[in-house]
Structures are given as C-alpha cells and as structure tokens.
Design a protein around this ligand. Structure first.
Ligand code: B12
Ligand code: SF4
Length: 479
C-alpha cells in the first residue's frame, strides 16, 4: 500500500497567531482513503518551525505527496515543499488540489513541480486516483483530474458533485485537535465546517465555478450535532462555523437549533450571515442557542456597486442589521471591499458613510476593509480583465499576497488613497479588539489605532506617516 503525505502550506511568512482552522480539505479527502486501508499523514506547515528538516524525514517513507493551496502565498510555500520533494526523491508523485488548482487547472499543471491535479471536490477523485496509481492503472478515465503524458497536458472530464455529503467525515483523528483550539474573545474556541456552497450568486465568489451558483449542500442536522458534541468534548466554549454560508438554509438552521435545545448544549458559536437574514424571528431563534459572533460580507455602501456585484443586498440592510445585532448583543464584523472595477470616489464616500451610520448605531461593530482582489473563476475576475487587469500567467506568479497587491490593478484610479483608507479603517477597528493579538503587538496597536480614529473622523487620508511606518515594519517582518 502506498504511503501518502498531505501537506498544508503556511498562508503567510509570519503567522501572527496560531492557526485557527484545521486543514479541513485534507481531513476530508483522507476519509475514504483511510476507510480503504491507506495510510495517511497530514503535515500542517503552520504548526512547524522547521519545515525542511521535518519534511525531509517524512519524505523517506512517502510515495505520494498531496498539496493543498488556495491562490496566494500558500502556493509559494507549496512549491517550496514540492521542489524539496523532487530533489530528495523524483519518484514521489506530487498531486495538487484545492481552490487554486480547481479554478486554474491547466495553468497549475504546467508547473514542473506538479504531476497531477485534482480539481473540484476531492474525496471520490482522490480515492480513485490513488487506487489507480497503486495498481498501475491508466488515469484516462478518472473524472476530476489532470495530468501529463509525454509533456502533453490532459484534463479529464469534470466529476459530478457528491450528492449526500453525510458520507464524508472530517477526520479529526489525523490531526491533533488541540493544535487548533485558540482563544477567541477570552473563550476556548475551535473551528469546523459543515456544508458546501451557497444559495446566492456574488460576482466575486469562487462558489459559482466550484459548486455552481445558488447550490448548497449541508451535513444533515444530526451530523452537525454529532460534530458539535465531539468538539464540546474537547472542552471548548465557542465553535466557529467556517462554512461559506452556514445559515443560508433557514430550515436546516432551525433543525440544528432545535437539536441543540433538545440536547441542552451550552456553548457560544459564530457563523457568517447575510445582513438581510437578521430578522427578529430568525435572530431570536439562533441567539437562543448561543449564536454570538458574526461576519457580514457587506462589501460596499454604494447601491450601484452592490448591484454590479450581484450581492442582492442594499446598504440599508447593513444599517438595519446593526440595530438587531446590537439588540441581541452579537459581536459583529462587517467586511468591506474597496477598488471594485468602475468604483468612483462617490462610491467610496458611500461606503465610508455607511460605515459611519453603522458605527453610530452600534459603536462596537468591527469594520475590516480590503482592496478587491480578482480571483480566477469568478465574474468579477472577467470584469477586472475587461478593465485592464492582467492576470498572472503562471503558477509562480499567483503566489503573491494579492489581497494587498494593488500594483497590477490598473483600473484603480488612486491606489495610495485607497490603501490609506483601508489601513486607517482597519487600524481603527483593531483598537476595539486588542486582545486578538499577541501581547507583543498590543501597545503598538493601541497607539496606531488612536491615530487612525482621528484620521478617519477628519477624513484625512493624506500624509499618512503612521501608515508608512507600519508598512516599513510589515515589509521587515511579514510577507
Ligand atoms: C477557512 C478559510 C480560510 C482560513 C484558513 C484556510 C484553511 N484552513 O484552509 C483563513 C482565515 C486563513 C483564510 C484566509 C484567506 N482566505 Co479563505 N477561506 C476559508 C474557507 C471559508 C474554508 C476553507 C476550507 O477549509 N474549506 C473546506 C474544504 C473541504 O474545502 P477545500 O479546502 O476546497 O478542499 C476540497 C477540495 O478543494 C479538494 N482539495 C483541497 N486540497 C486538496 C489537496 C489534494 C492533494 C487533493 C487531492 C484535493 C484537495 O478536496 C477537498 C474536499 O472536497 C474558504 C471557503 C470554502 N468554503 O472553502 C475560503 C477561501 C479558500 N478563502 C479565500 C480567500 C480569498 C481568502 C483571503 C484572501 C481572504 C482575505 N481577504 O483575507 C485570505 C488569504 C490567506 C492567504 N494569505 O492565503 C477564497 C479563495 C479564493 C482562491 N482563488 O483561492 C475562498 C475560496 C473563499 C471565497 N468565497 O472565495 N481563509
Ligand atoms: S453570500 Fe457569501 S458564499 Fe454566498 S455567493 Fe455571496 S460571497 Fe459567496
């Protein structure tokens, strides 16, 4: 039987806190293989200090190296591991999977450190692939993979999505769950994931390509309850549901809430929510069983941009959500995007003024601002290209931290101003939750945050000496 090593690369050069999410994708693709007798080891680079030494040791007993990566720095770290593997033993097959390989399969395959890619859902494909390699069979008929034959790239047919995802288990036994328990708002917390897809159709979201727009499958409420009980047995107080849209199916949510009530489980939990889901009735239901923290993907305060994004929300939803969130004492983070193609100063002003209105109602709300990043496989990516964005043309060039890299986003008129608004907004919010960060960073956060608050109030985003200093520190210590 083959020995399989699954590698989960770091997301950043400097990890400011320990990983808060386990490598769920790798834990899930391991299930069917483990059931079929294969030995799997998961190597989470984020937990290790010396990847090279440890990897060298592990590779001695490895036949297959699986690498998971989303677009961005994870690819860089994945490539480093692949290169090392090649140097040590060129017989080890290097298989890439995950969001990036799924969205850009051919371009990924072109890289010399990629032998095979698995695109789309990995569970059934990976099992079939490993069985074929094990038995020396042809890869020709395996759906959902791409490979090379005499330097030619072959992309097999797409695989259908798994109908009943209850047959997949999140294999916590292949990692040490304690590695992923972390402090969140002074409580012992852990993250999990219980569904795939979403009923909505946002233009910038990978869901449209990965699962198809408006398509959602969740673990059954009973299976979700089993997962919750397992996690609570680890003595955590808070569970974070990392699903794209855990609450999207209101009936499923209600059933889960009922089961939590029946079992009298006492814990707090978090999940992203769409602002218009914050109705009195629904909020009462979820908060009665511990819903306490939420992220709202607000994106913009401009109705024009929201429409263009196919967000199916209006800025008033965000303001109304603030009232409800405050009433039910839900710790709420709004996430905003600046620099969407065609965005004007007027649109930016609408975003700033929506944030101000929300903060007036709910001063404790958090606001995270980002520069819009065109990720492949989305409508927004095509729109960005239409407006002059020149996407990376090989795997190596997808390794930058695109989130902060606006140098190639040519359609943005005033990059400096946007970056200053973004950083000011974030710093202002960081001051509301200093305990999220390691003690070493806290005094700095306090000082920079109070300067940012003043800057935001005066709408003074020019001459940002404080921001320049932060940039310098970041360049020195972070990727
Ligand atoms: C948790 C999460 C994070 C966590 C940690 C990531 C983690 N543990 O994986 C953190 C907070 C760090 C994070 C950060 C960011 N994230 Co994020 N994140 C997620 C989220 C919500 C869940 C990831 C997950 O575990 N999914 C569940 C598993 C089962 O799915 P999966 O990993 O895709 O695995 C399946 C297949 O891909 C495949 N597979 C995966 N790996 C492998 C490997 C092999 C060998 C094989 C065979 C198969 C295979 O099989 C699996 C089972 O079917 C996803 C959305 C989502 N639902 O996936 C976004 C997502 C991955 N994130 C995204 C983004 C954009 C970001 C940020 C840029 C956000 C931001 N603005 O800061 C940063 C970038 C970080 C960085 N520097 O790289 C995008 C990525 C788009 C892209 N093209 O890559 C996603 C898809 C969200 C979205 N709506 O678009 N994220
Ligand atoms: S609501 Fe969230 S998960 Fe659903 S399509 Fe929009 S961004 Fe994607």
């Amino acid at each position: 039987m083959l020995n399989i090593l699954l590698f989960f690369p770091k997301h950043w050069l400097t990890e400011f806190h320990k990983p808060t999410q386990a490598p769920f994708g790798l834990m899930m693709i391991s299930h069917l293989l483990t059931e079929n007798g294969y030995k799997i080891k998961i190597f989470d680079e984020r937990l290790e200090q010396n990847t090279e030494e440890l990897l060298k040791k592990e590779l001695k007993n490895t036949d297959i190296l699986g690498i998971s990566a989303q677009s961005g720095p994870q690819i860089n770290n994945g490539l480093k591991a692949a290169k090392l593997t090649r140097e040590i033993n060129s017989n080890i097959k290097i298989i890439w999977g995950g969001v990036h390989a799924t969205l850009l399969p051919e371009q990924t395959l072109k890289n010399k450190y990629v032998d095979i890619i698995v695109y789309g859902e990995g569970e059934e494909t990976f099992l079939e692939l490993i069985q074929a390699i094990d038995k020396g069979l042809s890869l020709k008929n395996i759906k959902g993979i791409g490979y090379k034959e005499s330097n030619k790239i072959i992309l097999n047919e797409k695989r259908e999505l798994i109908e009943n995802i209850d047959k997949i288990n999140l294999r916590w036994d292949l990692v040490n769950p304690k590695d992923y328990i972390h402090n969140f708002e002074k409580k012992k917390s852990i993250s999990t994931i219980t569904s795939r897809g979403c009923y909505f159709r946002c233009s910038f979201c990978y869901n449209q390509t990965f699962f198809g727009a408006r398509y959602f499958r969740g673990f059954s409420p009973e299976k979700v309850l089993e997962e919750i009980k397992f996690l609570l047995d680890l003595k955590v107080e808070t569970i974070k549901f990392e699903d794209d849209n855990f609450l999207v199916d209101k009936n499923r949510t209600k059933e889960i809430c009922n089961l939590i009530k029946q079992e009298k489980l006492d814990f707090t939990w978090s999940a992203p929510i769409r602002a218009h889901y914050f109705t009195e009735e629904f909020t009462k239901e979820i908060t009665s069983v511990g819903y306490k923290y939420c992220n709202i993907g607000a994106e913009s305060g401009s109705e024009r941009i929201l429409k263009l994004m196919k967000k199916d929300t209006i800025s008033q939803h965000y303001i109304d959500a603030a009232r409800i969130a405050k009433k039910y004492n839900i710790s709420t983070s709004y996430h905003w995007m600046l620099g969407y193609p065609t965005e004007t100063q007027e649109d930016i002003n609408d975003t700033i003024s929506t944030i101000n209105k929300i903060e007036e109602i709910y001063p404790n709300s958090y606001h995270i601002l980002n520069i819009f990043t065109p990720y492949p496989g989305t409508e927004a990516y095509d729109l960005a290209i239409e407006h002059g964005f020149n996407p990376p043309n090989n795997l190596e060039n997808w390794t930058k931290n695109f989130r902060e890299e606006c140098s190639n986003l040519v359609y943005i008129q005033n990059k400096k101003l946007l970056e200053n608004i973004r950083l000011t907004g974030i710093l202002k919010t960081l001051g509301k939750r200093p305990n999220w960060y390691r003690p070493l960073f806290r005094p700095g956060i306090k000082i920079f945050s109070s300067i940012a608050k003043k800057r935001w109030e005066k709408q003074n985003f020019n001459y940002p000496y404080d921001l320049k200093l932060i940039k310098l520190l970041k360049e020195k210590y972070m990727e």
